[in-house]
Design a protein around this ligand. Structure first.
Ligand code: ATP
Ligand code: MG
Length: 184
């Protein structure tokens, strides 16, 4: 099953990709001062109406045709509840969706953040044409990754080239580690 927070976030990103987003902004606030890891995923996909937004995190709600249950949001909500956090979805048809979830950082049930670089790599592999923004912050530092910037620097080389994907993964993980280090 889902082990770390990154795996949960990937599910939320996959929802945004399925919703036809062209831009996805992922914010992770990793705060010792507030004892919280707060996640927000904002997309400009097709959105949901009010009724759908309300029941989207119900395990039996899905627009999938392949099976009758949709668990991505339900699992994320469950994680937030287990880990003394919060969960919220805001959505508007034709505009997009914002999913926010938080967990208590120093809660015994809170899993590791996991491999955010790997997770971003997998999202990019699912759809390289989306502009991804990752904004990771601690109490002192902020690290921002923008796929569009990398794309512009590559001047036509695909993000899907294995070396590029690996570079992205490492670049992100180093940025996050650095942001964490100065906090200690
Ligand atoms: N970002 C989003 N934009 C638009 N609709 C969304 C978004 N996220 C979720 N939904 C809607 O909510 C439903 C439930 O999402 P959820 O992730 O819980 O399950 P699923 O994606 O259907 O299946 P699973 O995640 O198990 O593969 C989706 O089927 C989709 O209709
Ligand atoms: Mg899903």
């Amino acid at each position: 099953m889902m082990e770390d927070i990154a795996m949960h976030i990937l599910e939320i990103l996959m929802n945004s990709i399925k919703a036809g987003a062209t831009k996805i902004i992922l914010k992770i606030r990793d705060s010792l001062n507030d004892d919280v890891i707060a996640i927000s995923v904002e997309d400009n996909g097709k959105g949901m109406d009010e009724a759908m937004t309300k029941k989207a995190a119900d395990p039996f709600t899905t627009s999938r045709t392949t099976r009758k249950i949709g668990m991505g949001l339900a699992f994320m909500k469950g994680l937030a509840e287990t880990c003394n956090g919060s969960f919220d979805i805001q959505s508007e048809v034709g505009k997009g969706t914002v999913v926010k979830a938080s967990v208590q950082k120093l809660n015994i049930d809170t899993p590791d953040l996991g491999d955010i670089g790997e997770m971003m790599m997998e999202a990019i592999q699912s759809d390289e044409n989306i502009d991804y923004v990752l904004d990771y912050s601690t109490d002192q530092n902020q690290f921002i990754f923008e796929s569009e910037v990398v794309k512009n620097e590559l001047a036509g080389v695909s993000l899907l080239e294995p070396e590029i994907l690996l570079w992205i993964k490492e670049y992100i993980n180093q940025g996050i580690e650095q942001a964490k280090e100065d906090t200690l």
